[in-house]
Design a protein around this ligand. Structure first.
Ligand code: SF4
Ligand code: SF4
Length: 203
């Protein structure tokens, strides 16, 4: 799941200067789960902007903003899109980019895209994978230090951890403390004896 957070409205309003017909596009997957672009959030932004006298002519929430069939498939959801002179996309950067690429209109996103994370129950988890292109998460029994450690230490802890806590992100446990605990539990600790080569981020 892509982790997003809504931008402050002050960051979005300058984009709307001089625009006469605004259309909103949400996303019914990650942004809906993050409550940054599902139908309730789209309707809330619709009401907010309308209350400020902006002319919001319509909205649509495709299944996934990052995976749409075509311009026509978006118009099928709401014909008003044809009349828009700008579009606000309430999704991650990837969703905004996909929508922009099928529209000959000014487009911007209303969210900041933070990381590739996940969700367990109702809790969102940030920074589970940094899309390094050279995955060896199995070497750590399923917890990625490349993504979860602020220094991306892939061959063991940096030495700054105190009482199991990270020296950089002081409110988080050191990921190497978590990895060691997990590998002891699942009896895979010997894998750590192998030194991992530098990652090839160009793969
Ligand atoms: S090694 Fe980590 S950052 Fe790289 S692809 Fe795998 S999970 Fe993602
Ligand atoms: S304390 Fe642990 S998680 Fe924090 S930077 Fe060092 S190795 Fe990474």
């Amino acid at each position: 799941m892509i982790i997003t957070k809504a931008k402050p409205i002050e960051e979005i309003l300058p984009f709307l200067e001089g625009k006469e017909r605004i259309f909103l596009v949400g996303c019914n997957v990650c942004a809906a789960k993050m409550k940054t672009g599902g139908e309730p959030e789209v309707l809330a932004l619709f009401d907010y902007l309308t209350g400020l006298d902006y002319n919001v002519i319509g909205w649509a929430v495709p299944t996934a903003a990052c995976s749409v069939r075509s311009y026509e498939s978006l118009v099928e959801k709401n014909e008003k899109l044809k009349e828009a002179d700008c579009v606000l996309v309430m999704a991650c950067g990837s969703g905004t980019s996909v929508i922009a690429s099928i529209l000959d209109l000014p487009v911007t996103g209303t969210n900041d895209t933070l990381s590739l994370g996940g969700q367990i129950g109702s809790s969102a988890i940030n920074h589970l994978c940094s899309l390094c292109g050279d995955c060896n998460i199995g070497d750590y029994s399923g917890i990625c230090p490349n993504a979860c450690c602020p220094k991306s230490q892939i061959n063991g802890p940096c030495g700054g951890s105190k009482n199991g806590m990270c020296e950089v992100s002081k409110t988080s446990e050191c990921v190497w403390y978590i990895i060691e605990k997990r590998m002891k539990t699942v009896q895979t600790l010997p894998i750590l004896n192998k030194i991992k080569p530098p990652k090839d981020h160009f793969v």
